[in-house]
Design a protein around this ligand. Structure first.
Ligand SMILES: *Cc1c(COP(=O)(O)O)cnc(C)c1O
Length: 383
C-alpha cells in the first residue's frame, strides 16, 4: 500500500524543504566575496550552536573524518590517551587512535550504561594520560554521557578533553567554552537539518598548544591550513558549496526556534518515546532516564521476535524507517531516532504504527495505549 516516507533513523535525518531548495542554487566561486559572506554566516551559526567564542572549522567529510582530524592534529605516535567507550562510536574513535599509533587505553561500560565518574577518576589517577576521548551521545545504544562532570575530572588531571558530539549537538545542551572542552566534533547529518558531508571541529587554546607539538602526519585534515584560510573566510580545499547554501538556510530555521526550545523539543520527544515504549510493554535498553539520549532511543526486541519483524512492516506499511541495532546489539534492539527535524507528530505516528505492527504480530497490545502515553507527555510538556 502507498505510504509516505518518514526517516526516523539517528542520521541522516530529514532535510526541511527550504534547506533542500537552498542547496539547488547555482555554483559560485569558493574564493569569491559571496562565498566569504556565506562562510562567515555559517561559522557564526556553528559557534552559536556549539556555544563557543573560540575557533571552529569546517571539514568536508562525514563524522568519522572529523574524529580522525581530532587525532592527527593533536597527538604524536605513542601518546597515551583514554578512550571512554560506551558503544560502537566510542570504540570507533579508539580504533582510529590505535590506527595512528597512539596508546589507546579503553574504559568501557556495559551496553546501555553511561561512563562511571569514579571509574574515570581511578583510571586517570594512574597518570600519563594526555587526553580523554569521549562520545557525548552514544548513538549505538542511546546513552548520554555526563560531559560537563567528566570534563572537569579530566581537567583536574591535566588531560585534554576531546568530545564526539556528532549526535548530541542540537538535541542536547553542550557548552564548549563553559565546560572547558578542548576539541569537539560535530557533523551535518544529525541535527543540522542537512544531508551528510560536512563536519565541524572546535579547537581550544590548550588544544592549539598540543597541535604545535603534534608529530602525526597530516595534510587534508591539517588545522593550521584551516586556520590560515579561515582568516580569509575560506576553506583550504574546495568546500561542499551546496551544503553551505543549505546550512545558511538551516541556521535561519534553527535560530528561529532558539537553542532552549530546540533542547526542550528533543527532551520532550525523548520522554514521549520512552513513555510510548513502556506502554507497549517493551523494554528500554537505557534504564536510567538521566543517561537517556535526547537523540535516539534503543528498544529491546521482545522474546521470540526479531528486529526485522518490527522494522520491515513499519517501513513497508507505514513508510517509517527505524534503525536496527549495531554490532552485538544487532539482533537485540531497534532504534527510534528523534533528532533533528523531528516533531511531536512524528512520535504520534511512530507509536500509532508500532501498536498496529505489534498487534498484527500477535503481541498483546491495547490499541491506543502507547499513543495515549505519548499524548500525556505532550500534555505535561505544555505542548
Ligand atoms: C553518526 C555518528 C558518527 C559519525 O559517523 P559517520 O557515518 O562517519 O558520519 C560518529 N559518532 C557518533 C556518536 C555518531 O552518531
Amino acid at each position: 500500500m502507498f505510504a509516505k516516507s518518514r526517516l526516523l533513523i539517528p542520521g541522516p535525518t530529514p532535510v526541511p524543504e527550504s534547506v533542500a531548495v537552498a542547496q539547488a542554487k547555482p555554483m559560485i566561486n569558493h574564493r569569491g566575496k559571496e562565498f566569504g559572506r556565506l562562510y562567515d554566516t555559517c561559522l557564526d551559526g556553528v559557534k552559536w550552536l556549539l556555544q563557543t567564542k573560540g575557533d571552529a572549522y569546517f571539514l568536508t567529510c562525514s563524522g568519522t573524518g572529523g574524529l580522525e582530524a581530532a587525532i592527527v592534529n593533536f597527538f604524536s605516535p605513542g601518546d597515551k590517551v583514554l578512550n571512554l567507550t560506551t558503544g560502537v562510536f566510542g570504540r570507533r574513535w579508539a580504533k582510529i587512535a590505535a590506527a595512528f599509533g597512539l596508546q589507546s587505553d579503553q574504559l568501557a561500560v556495559a551496553d546501555g550504561q553511561a561512563v562511571n565518574l569514579d571509574a574515570l577518576r581511578a583510571e586517570l589517577a594512574k597518570g600519563g594520560y594526555k587526553a580523554v576521548l569521549v562520545t557525548h551521545n552514544e548513538t549505538s545504544t542511546g546513552v548520554l554521557n555526563p560531559i560537563k562532570d567528566l570534563a572537569a575530572i579530566a581537567r583536574e588531571h591535566g588531560a585534554l578533553v576531546l568530545v564526539d558530539a556528532i549526535s548530541s549537538v542540537g538535541s542536547t545542551p553542550l557548552q564548549v567554552d563553559d565546560w572547558g572542552l578542548d576539541v569537539v566534533v560535530a557533523a551535518s547529518q544529525k541535527s543540522f537539518y542537512l544531508p551528510p558531508g560536512l563536519a565541524f571541529i572546535t579547537v581550544s587554546a590548550k588544544a592549539w598548544e598540543a597541535h604545535a607539538n603534534a608529530k602525526l602526519p597530516r595534510f587534508n585534515w591539517d588545522l593550521t591550513q584551516a586556520k590560515d584560510f579561515s582568516a580569509k573566510s575560506q576553506t583550504p580545499w574546495t568546500p561542499p558549496v551546496s551544503l553551505f547554501f543549505g546550512l545558511e538556510e538551516a541556521f535561519k530555521l534553527l535560530r528561529a526556534e532558539g537553542l532552549e526550545a530546540m533542547h526542550a523539543r528533543h527532551e520532550m520527544l525523548m520522554k514521549a518515546t520512552r513513555a510510548g515504549v513502556r506502554a507497549l510493554g517493551l523494554e528500554l535498553l537505557v534504564k536510567d532516564e538521566a543517561a537517556a539520549s535526547r537523540a535516539v532511543t534503543s528498544v529491546c526486541v521482545p522474546e521470540g521476535m526479531t528486529p526485522a519483524q518490527i522494522r520491515q512492516p513499519m517501513l513497508e506499511k507505514f513508510g517509517i524507517d527505524l534503525a536496527g541495532g549495531q554490532a552485538e546489539l544487532k539482533d537485540k534492539v531497534f532504534r527510534i531516532g528523534h533528532l533533528g527535524y523531528q516533531d511531536a507528530t512524528d512520535s504520534l505516528a511512530v507509536f500509532g504504527a508500532l501498536e498496529l505492527v505489534l498487534a498484527r504480530a500477535g503481541r498483546k497490545v491495547e490499541l491506543g495505549s502507547a499513543v495515549k502515553a505519548v499524548q500525556q507527555v505532550l500534555m505535561e510538556s505544555g505542548y
